[in-house]
Ligand binder design. Structure first.
Ligand code: URA
Length: 434
């Protein structure tokens, strides 16, 4: 079959067969199909879409382009969690130890951050000595012994998606829902878990700006997971402002630890508990939401979730002392308050801008090889719907360089939209899809 014919077929809105999709993905991964033909195909998909069967075929072809990890050596129902990415999203840092404390094994592959959202592994590297480069045997052994392990994604995980995503990124073809869904799910399915729980973010700081698009993406991913034989559920959560108060690597780890000791922000805890409920249900360990929440409260109150985090950090080479004394994390040298320019109510906090301010401080990665400063970041003092008076502090910047702090302060101040009318904050957990 010729790629030219497949492009024309899709241009006319016809559905591609399983064989055509598998051959196209293989040809592209092997370098036989050039970028310009694949780019034309991606653009045709953007205009014509793909049906459910095509979306599943594309996902499975990309999953099978590399290693599909076998987690059979791990006892119990392995539940993986994925977030579509947001600012201040430190959910895995609190959720994984809570699940591990409740006997749900967490075997997680994670990426590093690029751009305005931070990666879980970067955040974990706030613990001196922590490594996410784990051999397969150590990964399996840690999950069996401690209940959790988080490893860096290997290069051989869905290589077809890696190549295709790089092409979509430079050809204006990222934001098509079936392409996003197949890209995310190909990697999740390659990770080998028995069940998948998805956190689909919506709002100004998310890929999906509207709830309607987030719902479509969530439904498409849930359908792919189910058709691939995995229990899959999703929750749509708010990203019209950063999650919690802390943005920046070690600051976010501290907020996650505070949540594990019962002192975390309400919105962050709500997202952790929503995902935790779905994970406990997927693992067959909770009767209903009330039961799931009671179990999660219990492992927070008795300290076992916090101890799990410490055991996990130690098993991956890290110094776990900061889990019990967060003052031990390295501190930024400069602290600067960002004042409100007018009185009123916070209507919106442009989350992407807060992420950019963190990058400006040196806390995020501009390129894959950038070094990041783990201590810098922003602690929000005001969130959506809060009343604020002129001159009152909106956020506190933590930095290590005067010029960068100055630049970040301006970005943070501009990220706050303050209006005269009081507003009602929308709930952080917007909808469940399962
Ligand atoms: N994240 C992915 O992994 N793939 C996409 O296509 C978009 C976001």
């Amino acid at each position: 079959m010729r790629m030219y014919d497949l492009i024309v077929k899709k241009k006319h809105g016809e559905a591609l067969t399983t064989e055509e999709i598998r051959s196209m993905v293989k040809g592209f991964t092997d370098g036989e199909i050039p970028d310009y033909q694949m780019a034309a195909m991606m653009m045709a998909v953007c205009f014509r879409g793909m049906n459910e069967a095509e979306t599943l075929d594309l996902t499975l072809a990309m999953r099978d382009s590399g290693e599909v990890i076998d987690l059979a050596a791990i006892k119990g129902v392995k539940v993986d969690k994925h977030s579509t990415g947001g600012v201040g999203d430190k959910t895995s840092l609190a959720l994984a130890p809570i699940m591990a404390a409740l006997g749900v094994p967490v075997a997680k592959m994670s990426g590093r951050g690029l751009g305005h959202t931070g990666g879980t592994i970067d955040k974990l590297e706030s613990f001196p000595g922590f490594t996410a480069e784990l051999a397969k045997d150590a990964f399996v052994c840690n999950v069996n012994e401690i209940g959790m392990a988080i490893a860096a994604q290997t290069a051989d995980l869905a290589p077809a998606d890696k190549k295709l995503y790089a092409l979509r990124d430079v050809t204006g073809t990222v934001d098509e829902i079936s392409l996003i869904a197949s890209s995310i799910m190909s990697k999740k399915l390659a990770c080998g878990a028995d069940a998948i729980v998805l956190d689909v973010k919506t709002g100004n700081g998310a890929f999906m700006k509207s709830v309607e698009d987030a719902r479509k993406l969530a439904r498409t991913m849930v359908s792919i997971g189910q058709l691939a034989g995995k229990h899959t559920a999703a929750v749509i959560t708010d990203m019209d402002q950063p999650l919690g108060y802390a943005v920046g690597n070690s600051l976010e780890v501290i907020e996650a630890i505070e949540t594990l000791t019962g002192n975390g922000p309400k919105d962050f805890k709500e997202v952790v508990f929503a995902l935790g409920t779905l994970m406990l249900q997927a693992a067959g360990k909770a009767r209903d939401e009330a039961d799931a929440r009671a179990q999660m409260e219990r492992v927070i109150a008795d300290g076992s979730a916090q101890k799990k985090l410490a055991a996990f950090v130690a098993a991956q080479g890290g110094d776990f002392a900061p889990v019990f004394n967060t003052d031990l994390f390295p501190k930024a040298g400069i602290k600067r308050n960002v004042p409100a320019r007018q009185s009123g109510y916070v209507h919106r906090i442009l989350a992407e801008q807060i992420g950019s301010a963190c990058m400006a401080l040196g806390g995020g990665r501009e390129t894959k090889v950038s070094e990041i400063d783990l201590a810098v970041g922003i602690i929000l003092q005001k969130k959506n719907a809060d009343e604020v008076r002129r001159g009152e502090t909106l956020a506190v910047i933590y930095g290590n360089d005067e010029e960068k702090v100055e630049a970040a302060s301006k970005i943070v101040q501009a990220a706050y939209e303050i209006g005269q009318q009081p507003i009602k904050q929308r709930p952080v957990v917007i909808e469940y899809i399962n």
